[in-house]
Design a protein around this ligand. Structure first.
Ligand SMILES: C[S@@+](CC[C@H](N)C(=O)[O-])C[C@H]1O[C@@H](n2cnc3c(N)ncnc32)[C@H](O)[C@@H]1O
Length: 305
């Protein structure tokens, strides 16, 4: 379920609070965004730095109030235009993790500067441990080929560390004659359980390390990191674009999955083409959309027809 308001974020009154807010404002890029020569759908992004800072400050102050205590605000900005937004967001939120979205593999049309392939998405929260779900990114295909070369009756497996790295101190105990000087990464009861379940790789060489078996067929991928290089921008993917700065639905699905549960409410206060609504629909979340541009109404609706 979604509701759409054609209004400025700064003028709207909302009653409820939100588990997830995805804030993708104009980037202060000093240009006008249109779909093409014969289609002027889009918006203007021309500001003085002072006016832009004032606008972003007012938006962040308002969104902070609309965020649930254990909620997360994702603030999407271009790497080139991150200075003013970073100043504003760091003044308001205590807990901020940057996510680096590598939206393109390369840029072949640049002449006098480096090709820009990165957007920054700040993951901001009011508390140290907001609502968080682990999601997985696909493993590197090269690693899949070379990493799972060991085999037993269960299948192919790679080796996971059991011994604590030298700069840390682990659980100190002896296990079947192995007594690492930096200790173990897990408790003795957990290690014993792995052994009973035949999930420990014993080295052929005497005195070498023990490892945990990580089976290929049980592996859902790698737990999501702060580098998102597995989601391509709309211009490089199969998804059609109906709004100049539309973001890919996979990006919004990841953001929503990480930070909310089915049935939760998500807010997109500058929704453009309504990518957030499409992602909420597929994941069973509810959402409120706002945009000042009336052109987005038909574009958002078209996602549901
Ligand atoms: C970068 S686009 C958002 C694109 C969107 N994430 C998508 O996937 O299509 C920024 C949007 O902010 C809207 N906007 C600008 N100022 C606004 C304001 N004061 N209140 C609400 N929306 C605003 C613009 O009309 C534009 O649609």
């Amino acid at each position: 379920m979604y509701d759409l308001h054609i209004k400025s974020l700064l003028d709207i009154e909302l009653e409820q609070k939100y588990r997830t807010i995805y804030f993708d404002p104009p980037f202060n890029s000093n240009r006008n965004y249109v779909m093409g020569e014969n289609n002027s759908t889009g918006f203007t992004d021309k500001w003085t730095d002072e006016a832009y800072e004032d606008f972003i400050t007012k938006c962040i102050n308002k969104l902070y109030e609309l965020l649930e205590k254990d909620g997360t605000l994702f603030f999407h900005i271009s790497a080139l235009g991150m200075y003013i937004p970073e100043k504003v967001v760091r003044a308001k939120f205590k807990y901020i993790e940057p996510i680096f979205w590598k939206k393109a593999r390369s840029k072949n049309n640049v002449k006098n500067k480096l090709g820009t392939t990165i957007d920054i998405i700040w993951k901001c929260s009011k508390i140290a441990k907001p609502k968080f779900n682990i999601v997985y990114q696909p493993k590197d295909p090269k690693y899949l080929k070379t990493g799972f070369t060991n085999k037993d009756t269960r299948g192919h497996y790679s080796l996971g560390h059991l011994i604590t790295e030298p700069t840390k101190v682990g659980y100190m105990y002896e296990f079947m004659g192995y007594n690492p000087t930096t200790g173990w990464r897990i408790k003795e009861t957990e290690l014993t359980k792995l052994f009973e379940d035949d999930r420990i790789h014993f080295p052929l060489k005497k005195g070498a390390k023990l490892y945990k078996k990580i089976y290929l067929h049980e592996n859902p991928g790698k737990p999501c990191t702060d580098l998102w290089d597995d989601i391509h921008s709309i211009s490089q993917g199969a998804e059609g674009r109906r709004y100049p700065t539309a973001k890919p639905i996979k990006l919004l699905e990841r953001i929503i999955q990480i930070s909310s549960d089915p049935g939760d409410w998500v807010l997109d206060p500058m929704c453009g083409s309504g990518t957030t609504a499409g992602a909420c629909e597929s994941l069973g979340r509810n959402c409120t959309l706002i945009d000042v541009n009336p052109e987005v109404v038909e574009i958002v609706k078209s996602r549901f027809t």
